[in-house]
Design a protein around this ligand. Structure first.
Ligand code: URA
Length: 212
C-alpha cells in the first residue's frame, strides 16, 4: 500500500480547527468538506484520462477528459458521508456508491449493514472515503468488498490515521493483487485503549452529525 500524507499548511490549519473540541457541528462539516477537496486534489493525481479534440477560439487543440468507466466514489456510512461533497466537487462526473460499515465498540470489529454498489466494478478506479483510519478493520473490509466486485485500482481518503491502523491495513491488503493508495491529512501518535486516535478529533460521526 502506498501511503501519501498530504503535507500542506492549509491542510494542517484546517485539521487543527477540526480537532479543537470547541468547533461546532456546522463548522466541523464545512471544514471537513474543504479538507477533502484539498485531499482530493492529491488523491486524483492518477485518475485515468483520455485525449479529446476541441477548438479554442484560436485553433484546434488536444485536451483530456476523464476516461470511462467513470471513477466511483464510495463514502463509508456514516462518517464518510461528511466527505462526499468535498470529493465530488472536484470529480463531479464520478458515480457514487454507498457502503454501511459499523464497528462493534467492544470487539472493534467492522460489520456491514448496508451496501449500494454496482455488481461489476471491473476496470473502475474507486475512491473510498472514511475520515478516521483507527484499527483499519472498516477500511480493510470495504476494500475487500470492492475488490471482490472487480475494482482494480483503489484510493482510500482519510482525514487522520493511527500508525497501528496503517500497519494493520497494510498487512490485510498484502494478499490482494490490486494497487491501493492511502491519502491522509495526518498520521497521529497512536490508538488509545478504546480504539480512538490520539490526539485525533474524537468520534467523527458524532462531531459531524451529533450523537444519534
Ligand atoms: N473513529 C472515530 O470517529 N474516531 C476515532 O478516533 C477512531 C475511530
Amino acid at each position: 500500500m502506498r501511503v501519501q500524507v498530504a503535507n500542506h499548511p492549509l491542510i494542517a490549519h484546517k485539521l487543527t480547527y477540526l480537532r479543537d473540541e470547541r468547533t461546532d457541528s456546522p463548522t466541523f462539516r464545512r471544514l471537513t468538506e474543504e479538507l477533502v477537496t484539498l485531499l482530493a486534489y492529491e488523491a486524483t493525481r492518477s485518475v485515468r484520462v483520455e485525449p479529446f479534440e476541441i477548438n479554442t477560439p484560436v485553433s484546434p487543440a488536444t485536451g483530456i477528459k476523464l476516461s470511462t468507466p467513470k471513477p466511483l466514489v464510495v463514502p463509508i456510512l456514516r462518517a464518510g458521508l461528511g466527505m462526499l461533497e468535498g470529493m465530488v466537487r472536484l470529480l463531479p462526473s464520478a458515480e457514487v456508491g454507498f457502503l454501511g460499515m459499523q464497528r462493534n465498540e467492544e470487539t472493534l470489529e467492522a460489520i456491514t449493514y448496508a451496501n449500494r454498489l454496482p455488481d461489476d466494478l471491473s476496470g473502475r478506479q474507486c475512491y473510498v472515503l472514511d475520515p478516521m483510519l483507527a484499527t483499519g478493520g472498516t477500511l480493510a473490509m470495504s476494500i475487500q468488498y470492492l475488490v471482490d466486485r472487480g475494482a482494480d485500482d483503489i484510493t482510500a481518503v482519510t482525514l487522520l490515521c493511527a500508525p497501528e491502523g496503517i500497519e494493520a491495513l497494510d498487512d490485510q491488503l498484502r494478499e490482494l493483487d490490486v494497487p491501493v493508495t492511502l491519502v491522509t491529512g495526518a498520521i497521529d501518535e497512536r490508538l488509545n485503549e478504546k480504539g480512538y486516535i490520539v490526539p485525533g478529533l474524537g468520534d467523527a460521526g458524532d462531531r459531524l452529525y451529533g450523537v444519534v
